[in-house]
Write a protein that binds this ligand. Sequence first.
Ligand SMILES: [Zn+2]
Length: 121
Amino acid sequence: MHELSICQSLVDQVEQIALSHGAKSVASVNLKIGPLSGIEPTLMQHAYPYASAGTLAAESTLVIELAPLIVRCEICGAETEAQPNCLVCGVCGDYHTKLVSGDEMTLMRVELITLEARNDV
Ligand SMILES: [Zn+2]
């Protein structure tokens, strides 16, 4: 399962952040996933409890936000939102476009629980 290994490296990353801030545990993790990243948000949600079990992130909530798919047109220069199956310019309709964003997975925010209080990182 592809998403489980992605989830495990995500949890590793989150744990590193938590440890470097001396946190007791992780409250929530916000993730942004692009439609062309090849990552299925639902499968990530399912894999997360398994990947985070026994780590500082074990009790945390995974919040997934969908990133927009943005293309830049090589003809008119416009940056517009596109559909995964139709990467054409939203202004002039040309298909000579380059992907600006939409194929990435970004860790947006990690909410940590320290002994004192909650801290946003
Ligand atoms: Zn255009």
